[in-house]
Design a binder for this molecule. Structure first.
Ligand SMILES: [Zn+2]
Length: 162
């Protein structure tokens, strides 16, 4: 079975420096002498923020994400959306969004999930047999057997007979 994992959750915000007279202390330059500080100038730019990991429970106390949450994807989504909502309250934040990358793995062998294309399914050098169809997984026998039984396709013959 194809398992979808979401990873690399990020909050991306667009900063508009010019319109709101944002002081450079907003970027962490907080210890400058009065005569040496100023306001951020320039065009709007994007800032990418990685959320604190779910298992980060405080200074010196961290566990794996799996221990911290039963639904890691949902927990990161909630965390990032809450962070975005909070950041959008600042006047120099113009807009923002939450992003992530998706990876697909096989529940049987944990390899990356790959499927035959229509061309590969029709090609005897890449398919399992004549009954291979587009979308059939390629990672392991269990995934192929599962895919075929769900669709009523006869199993791959082990002895090479088609
Ligand atoms: Zn597999």
């Amino acid at each position: 079975m194809k398992i979808t994992n979401r990873d690399d959750w990020r909050v991306i915000i667009e900063i508009r420096p010019r319109y709101t007279h944002t002081h450079i202390s907003a970027l962490g330059f907080t210890n400058l002498d009065y005569d040496l500080d100023g306001e951020i100038d320039g065009d709007p730019f994007e800032l990418t923020i990685a959320p604190r990991s779910l298992g980060d429970l405080g200074p010196g106390l961290s566990v794996g994400d799996r221990l911290a949450s039963r639904d890691i994807d949902a927990a990161y989504k909630r965390r990032c959306e809450a962070m975005l909502a909070e950041l959008l309250r600042a006047p120099h934040v113009q807009s923002g969004r939450v992003t992530y990358t998706e990876t697909h793995t096989c529940s049987h062998c944990w390899l990356v999930w790959e499927e035959l294309t229509a061309d590969e399914a029709a090609d005897d050098s890449t398919n399992q047999d004549k009954r291979s169809v587009e979308g059939e997984p390629v990672c392991c026998g269990k995934a192929i057997a599962e895919f075929r039984s769900e669709r009523g396709i006869p199993a791959v013959q082990q002895d090479g007979a088609a």
